[in-house]
Write a protein that binds this ligand. Structure first.
Ligand code: BV8
Length: 241
């Protein structure tokens, strides 16, 4: 089938941002090695030691201005131009997909650029220099300003936009996963869900992830090299037939 006749859903993980210089979580030297999940990525950690959690996220928020999208991000924004329908889900909390030109990105685990009011639950973009200091930041939505938390889905919290995600996967033709170890649910289970609806499933990953057996087609290597080549091949094949 031609690309312009395909409904494509893509799920990305930390691996697609690795070549931009953002650390992944579970590779050697990954984020969780230095900062155990229980200490920085659970609601209990935030209650127990908010300064440690806040420092962990502020340093990652500050790093956003030091990195750029890589060829893998740009390959996906090119694919989005050719597909009949293109829906991008990311587990990543960085903004590299947006900065590579993809307009609608579904961040199922939240976003570093946003902070969330602990009282109202409202999220606001807070990336001015003063927002990135080590002090806690306070909301603009409450009469008495309340402390803001990272607008991130921590372990034990419900991922965002799941209804839309399941609906899009159920009705798509191709489900592509890029740069994810298949550790974290429900994200890692989305390929299983896709298989129930006879969706063609494709994996691009540096190493074999936990759920690689679920995929119809697998490509192992760096996404920055594989994705641009694959996308160009798909576009050429489409123009030939
Ligand atoms: C929830 C925010 C329920 C933090 C993150 C079964 C069903 C449902 C839940 C569970 C379940 N079993 C267990 C659970 C609980 C838990 C879970 O999955 N635990 C795991 C560890 C066992 N899940 C949850 O708690 C989720 N919540 O289920 O809630 C609920 C329902 C209703 C109401 C209330 C609650 C929430 C999970 C979200 C947690 N937050 N992130 C932050 O980012 O600071 S998860 C964290 O892991 C990151 O978001 C990350 O994206 C995600 C997945 O990691 P990956 O992206 O895959 O990254 P990783 O480093 O692991 O792998 C990188 C891969 O890239 C590697 O394979 C590597 O080879 C590859 N790679 C490297 N370089 C390259 C490359 N590939 C290509 N090119 C390269 N250059």
């Amino acid at each position: 089938m031609k690309i312009n006749q395909l409904n494509i859903v893509v799920l990305t993980g930390a691996g697609i941002s690795a070549e931009s210089g953002l650390r992944t979580f579970r590779d050697n030297g990954g984020l969780w090695e230095e900062h155990p999940v229980e200490e920085v990525a659970t609601p209990q950690a935030w209650q127990r030691n908010p300064s440690m959690v806040w420092g962990f996220y502020q340093s990652r928020r500050r790093q956003l201005s030091e990195v750029e999208p890589n060829p893998a991000h740009f390959a996906l924004s090119k694919l989005a131009e050719y597909a009949k329908d293109f829906f991008l889900i990311t587990q990543n909390v960085d903004d590299l997909h947006e900065r590579s030109g993809i307009m609608d990105v579904v961040h199922m685990h939240g976003q570093l650029r946003m902070l969330r009011c602990e009282l109202s639950g409202k999220s606001e973009e807070r990336m001015e220099p003063s927002d990135l200091e080590s002090d806690f930041q306070f909301c603009t939505c409450c009469e008495t300003a309340s402390r803001l938390r990272p607008d991130i889905v921590w372990f034990g919290e419900q991922p965002m936009n799941m209804v839309e995600i399941y609906n899009k996967i159920e009705t798509c033709d191709v489900f592509i996963v890029v740069g994810s170890s298949g550790h974290v649910y429900p994200a890692a289970g989305l390929v299983n869900f896709a298989k129930q609806f006879n969706v063609q499933t494709i994996l691009i990953n540096l190493e074999e992830p936990l759920n690689s057996f679920m995929f119809d087609e697998t490509h192992f290597g760096s996404a920055g090299k594989i994705l641009p080549k694959l996308v160009n091949e798909w576009i050429e094949q489409s123009s030939l037939c």
